[in-house]
Design a protein around this ligand. Structure first.
Ligand code: ADP
Ligand code: MG
Length: 690
């Protein structure tokens, strides 16, 4: 696909040159690159390897572990020649071995690799070994000679996508590496010196084609620093934009009347959080507060109290939810809580008919709608508030930072409250959301029955489904979560669609089973969710796209297949979808993984329902990388840095970003042009919902 020759016309190369410029990359391949977020040459150079294959420690054919990618060193014993098989595919076969064991090699539609190999010579074969001890096989292996291995002992493995393998990406990157200088040097010379960092081009070359493990470390250190510096610069710029505005001044409200209107008493934590919020809103500057609370801790009520206070001061309030379904749910709740005070709640979603939308927009503009609930559609043009004083964003991690900024621009910098169920250790939270204060709801409303959690193996799946069937028979509903498998062949995992057909429907033949996964259109997703919510489905088979925050109190069982794949925090979030009603609720963690660490991790979840304890355990045992899995925080996607693991670098980057911005508040000096461009690029990509 990408011959390793260099592009001819060097003068036209810029970081923004589309990848199609590369030899062998046509529109089709460009589309696949786009799936990985790669559009330009800079994107490709900054698509860093996920890990490396170490060619310096090859296995003999007889000892290679089956079922995972590895490197085998063996002599090529024979070529069996090529032939065509059904479907017009061409197959080449060869045998390699070391006198003890042999390895059968097969290539599909690739006659070239084998042509270049010589019988009697030793090679390194990289791929997944399959088959039993007597008949070991490798399909489509990558082949390297001893000289090649000596020149680059570590081979990069890239995040790949369908139709674009790591090896193909590697060939395209190799074609570009001679031109790594096109990226320029965004870091000021003083910083390079102070932290003894290698230059950009050198670091990029080393990370893609390292000469040694030490070289990888040096390159990573530099690239992580750069990425975190750019992140902190972006956050700093957002913050200074927010602080410049005047805010919405309010008097300190007394929440007494609001509390008195409720059918139950607020928890102590809810009272504390509301006091903190009311104090902020009465302060001289706009509020910027993060409300963190475990699933079910009652964040909506805190939001309602804050909105009530803002409307009491003559302002409008807005509540943003990540999906239409959640927006509808919130509109209902707020209406119930606020209507007794004469507060008018309007729902504004993308699904609104044109006429209804016009009316609603007019009511918002005239200030007749006191509280507006919606999805990020609220951020679109055409929505004008008469006097927006408070904006609440629910499930904050689903929103990009940019959207936060966009909302702030809707009012004269309204007070901002973002709510999240993802527990983040406080110190880290302050670093990441440098611009936010934090309130924590660490107490659940009284009377909650903890969800009974059990670990089990797939052998008992039939029994489990018997239990599900009985629960459904009693009018309850169940969720079944299973992996999507979008990239790479994951041995032993069943993709969600197959599972839906062959397991769920087969084992619940008389029940109404729905299917939900990430590839559905938003409308289709909403329709499935609505069917489930309305009780038209008994069971919902879903990937983890299953909505955060969804409240279906009639659902009492959560089954999670391949539970070993998820961090405890993710499992805890999923479990939080049940146990919302009065009935006894269950969570079943299905896993055939027998490793001790997996077993004790899952058992830990059975022992507690405290989200912070769960997060802490995750952090200690799985390491921070998992804890800050993608999309947990609403920040731009990071290529290489790990917010939790790289905290020391994050501190340093924060310090240096502050110093840079103190000297050049808008990053407009010519020597900062590349940094400013990098910030723009990172934050342009920001926001999973964009
Ligand atoms: P989350 O923090 O997960 O968003 P919700 O705001 O959806 O939680 O609240 C979960 C449930 O708890 C809702 O049904 C809500 O009415 C109820 N709830 C909230 N606060 C209290 C309270 N102080 N006492 C009793 N029930 C409450
Ligand atoms: Mg919620």
């Amino acid at each position: 696909m990408c011959p390793a020759s260099s592009p001819e016309n060097r003068t036209t190369l810029t970081p923004d040159t589309p990848v199609q410029y590369l030899k062998g990359v046509g529109p089709k391949l460009a589309q696949r690159f786009e799936k990985l977020g790669i559009r330009t040459l800079a994107d490709l150079l900054e698509h860093y390897p996920r890990r490396y294959l170490d060619f310096t420690h090859p296995y003999p054919p007889g000892e290679a572990p089956a079922g995972m990618a590895c490197v085998v060193r063996a002599e090529l014993l024979a070529k069996q020649g090529g032939r065509y098989v059904s479907g017009g595919r061409r197959v080449e076969k060869a045998t390699a071995g070391d006198g003890v064991a042999t390895l059968e090699l097969t290539w599909f539609n690739n006659p070239y690799t084998i042509q270049k190999l010589t019988v009697g010579q030793e090679y390194y074969f990289e791929g997944e070994v399959t088959g039993g001890l007597l008949r070991r096989q490798m399909t489509n292996p990558q082949v390297r000679t001893a000289e090649q291995v000596a020149a680059s002992p570590l081979a990069a493995v890239y995040p790949q996508t369908e139709g674009l393998t790591s090896a193909a990406i590697g060939r395209c990157v190799a074609q570009l590496l001679p031109h790594a200088e096109l990226l320029g040097e965004p870091l000021p010379p003083a910083l390079l010196q102070k932290y003894r960092l290698p230059g950009k081009a050198q670091a990029v070359r080393e990370i893609h084609a390292p000469a040694s493990a030490e070289a990888v470390q040096e390159a990573r250190r530099r690239l992580i620093f750069e990425e975190l510096l750019i992140l902190q610069l972006g956050m700093g710029l957002l913050k200074s934009r927010g602080a410049a505005a005047a805010g919405a001044p309010m008097r300190r409200a007394d929440p007494g009347p609001f509390w008195a209107s409720l059918p139950f008493a607020p928890t102590g934590a809810q009272r504390r959080a509301v006091e903190e919020i009311l104090a902020d809103m009465a302060g001289p500057r706009s509020m910027n507060r993060l409300l963190q609370g475990d699933v079910g801790s009652g964040k909506t009520l805190v939001a309602a109290a804050a909105l009530w206070a803002a409307v009491g001061e003559g302002y409008q309030g807005a509540l943003l939810a990540p999906t239409e379904l959640l927006a509808e749910q919130h509109a209902e709740t707020l209406n119930r809580l606020l209507a007794p005070f004469g507060i008018r709640v309007a729902l504004l979603t993308g699904g609104l008919k044109a006429a209804a939308r016009r009316t609603t927009l007019a009511a918002i503009r005239a200030g007749e709608a006191n509280v507006v609930v919606g999805t990020h559609a609220i951020l679109s043009e055409g929505v004008e508030f008469a006097r927006l004083g408070l904006a609440v964003i629910d499930e904050q991690h689903r929103f990009g930072v940019r959207q936060r900024g966009a909302l702030a621009e809707k009012g004269a910098s309204p007070h901002l409250l973002v709510m999240s169920a993802t527990p983040i250790p406080r110190t880290l939270g302050l670093l990441i959301y440098g611009d936010l204060d934090i309130s924590i709801l660490d107490e659940l409303p009284p009377g909650r029955r903890p969800v009974k959690t059990r670990v089990m193996t797939g052998k008992r799946r039939k029994d489990l489904y018997g239990f599900l069937d009985r629960e459904i028979g009693q009018g309850r509903q169940v969720y079944i979560v299973c992996p999507a498998i979008e990239e790479g062949p994951d041995a032993g995992l069943t993709p969600v669609k197959t599972y839906y057909e062959e397991v769920a429907k087969a084992l619940l033949p008389d029940r109404r089973v729905g299917l939900m996964h990430g590839k559905l259109k938003p409308k289709e997703k909403a329709a499935v969710m609505e069917d489930f919510r309305a009780g038209r489905l008994d069971a919902l088979v879903s990937t983890t796209v299953i909505e955060v925050g969804v409240d279906v109190p009639n659902a009492t069982v959560m089954v999670i297949e391949n539970a070993e794949r998820y961090g405890l925090s993710a499992l805890h979030q999923l479990r939080g979808r049940v146990g919302r009603g009065a009935a006894e609720s269950w969570c079943f963690l299905v896993s055939d993984n027998e490793s001790d660490s997996v077993r004790s991790r899952l058992r830990f979840l059975c022992s507690t329902t405290d989200g912070f304890a769960v997060a802490q355990y995750d952090l200690e045992t799985r390491g921070p990388g998992d804890f800050f899995g993608s999309r947990q925080h609403g920040l731009p996607a990071l290529q290489i840095a790990d917010l939790a693991a790289d905290t020391r670098t994050l501190h340093a980057a924060q310090k240096e970003a502050a110093a840079l911005l103190a000297a050049d508040p808008l990053l407009q000096k010519p020597e900062h042009a590349l940094l400013a461009a990098a910030v723009a690029r990172m934050f342009d990509r920001a926001g999973p919902m964009n």
